[in-house]
Design a protein around this ligand. Structure first.
Ligand code: ZN
Length: 182
C-alpha cells in the first residue's frame, strides 16, 4: 500500500476520458486501496483514477454524513448515470486537483447510478445531497470534466488564474487540504 501523487490542474491527464475497467483483479483492488488512502490523507471525500494518472473508470469516495455506510462500498467502477432529479442546489465545492479553492457549483439533489464493485458485481445506487454531489463530481473526472467547467465565468477565470500563478510560484500552495475536495 502506498500514497499516490495527486495531479493538479494543468496536467493533461485530467482532461482525458478514462477507459472502462475490464479486469477485476488484484491490481484493481490495490489501486482502489491506494486511492482511498491517498484521498483520506489529503482530506478529500472523493478521488478519481485520472487524478492519480490512471485512465480507468474508477473512483473512491467517503461520505462523512452517511452513518450506515458500508465500508467496502468506497470504490465505484464503471459508473453510468441512469437518472437525475430536476431539483438542484448551489453549494461550495472543491477539488483535490485545485488545492484550497472553493466555488459554488450547481448539482442535482438526487441521482441514480449503475456501477460495478471491485469484484465486478453490478449495483444500482440512489444518492442524495452531498453523496450525489460527490459522485457527480467524480463521474465528471472520468469524462475529463472538471468542476471549474460548471462555474460562473468570473469564478472560473479566477480559479484558472490562481492555478497558473501557482505554476510559476509553487510555494503559494496552501498546506491544508480542502474538506470537501474531490
Ligand atoms: Zn475533483
Amino acid at each position: 500500500m502506498g500514497l499516490l501523487e495527486i495531479r493538479v490542474f494543468g496536467d493533461p491527464v485530467l482532461r482525458q476520458a478514462a477507459l472502462e475497467v475490464r479486469d477485476f483483479d488484484g491490481a484493481l483492488a490495490r489501486l482502489a486501496e491506494d486511492m482511498a488512502l491517498t484521498m483520506r490523507e489529503a482530506g478529500g471525500v472523493g478521488l478519481a483514477a485520472n487524478q492519480v494518472g490512471v485512465l480507468r473508470r474508477l473512483f473512491t469516495f467517503d461520505d462523512p454524513g452517511d452513518d450506515d455506510h458500508d465500508p467496502s462500498a468506497g470504490a465505484v467502477v464503471n459508473p453510468v448515470l441512469l437518472d437525475a432529479s430536476e431539483d438542484s442546489e448551489l453549494v461550495d465545492e472543491g477539488c483535490l486537483s485545485f488545492p484550497g479553492l472553493f466555488y459554488p457549483v450547481e448539482r442535482q439533489l438526487e441521482v441514480v447510478v449503475r456501477h460495478q464493485d471491485l469484484r465486478g458485481e453490478e449495483h444500482e445506487t440512489t444518492l442524495h445531497g452531498f453523496g450525489a454531489r460527490i459522485w457527480l463530481h467524480e463521474m465528471d473526472h472520468l469524462n475529463g470534466v472538471l468542476f471549474i467547467d460548471h462555474l460562473a465565468r468570473h469564478d472560473r477565470r479566477e480559479a484558472m488564474r490562481i492555478m497558473r500563478e501557482r505554476d510559476l510560484d509553487p510555494r503559494d500552495v496552501p498546506g491544508v487540504a480542502p474538506a470537501i475536495g474531490g
